[in-house]
Write a protein that binds this ligand. Structure first.
Ligand code: ZN
Length: 198
């Protein structure tokens, strides 16, 4: 039964397809948007389209940025010989917020998950290996402590070991299954300081 007009249904459908938005939230958002002034809706729509058009991967670390090289990679004061591997840009942001990490990052955009059919080729691992040809002293693996994160950490460690580059894993101050982005700064720093050799 069609309760709403086709346009509203379409809007609800599109919103409900976003992560973390159930059908009830999608309905609420849809009606909120419909009731918003035209110019505000336009601004929101433009912002989404512009972000999509202008945001790209940093050529070095693959984080999302609107420049060729992101501000972290472009900063000469950072230690470019230390690379922290994270699953996504949100995790990078979490460590950046601590203001204490001086190295650079590598963003994988995912983690290996045999269950979901995500293999090593689906995340930015080749690109990491490519970077190791430069001058790198340590790779800190800061993937989440979920099954996927641990699998990925093990895979990377095995991959890097033969190169002789130091490989470490952030300590388990990070709760099991915990997403880095939700963890407080003190815990993040403790995990970094207490990192262990792999
Ligand atoms: Zn970068």
């Amino acid at each position: 039964m069609d309760l709403y007009s086709g346009h509203i249904n379409k809007l609800i459908e599109e919103l409900a397809a976003l992560p973390g938005i159930g059908s009830k939230s999608a309905q609420r958002l849809a009606f909120h948007l419909i009731n918003m002034p035209q110019d505000k809706v336009q601004r929101l729509a433009d912002t989404i389209v512009e972000a999509k058009a202008n945001v790209r991967y940093c050529k070095e670390c693959f984080t999302l940025t609107d420049r060729d090289i992101c501000p972290v990679c472009a900063n000469k004061n950072r230690n470019h010989k230390m690379i922290m591997v994270v699953e996504n840009t949100r995790d990078l942001a979490a460590y950046e917020k601590t203001g204490r990490y001086e190295g650079v990052y590598h963003v994988l955009h995912g983690a290996i998950s045999p269950m979901l059919g995500i293999g090593p080729g689906e995340i930015k691992l080749k690109e990491l290996i490519e970077r190791l040809k430069g001058e790198v002293e340590e790779v800190i693996i800061a993937t989440n402590s979920s099954l996927e994160g641990e699998t990925t950490a093990m895979y990377i460690s095995k991959m890097i070991k033969p190169t002789g580059i130091r490989v470490t894993r952030i300590a388990s101050g990070v709760p099991v299954g915990g997403d880095l982005e939700y963890i407080d700064e003190v815990t993040l720093l403790r995990a970094l300081d207490g990192r262990i050799e792999l």
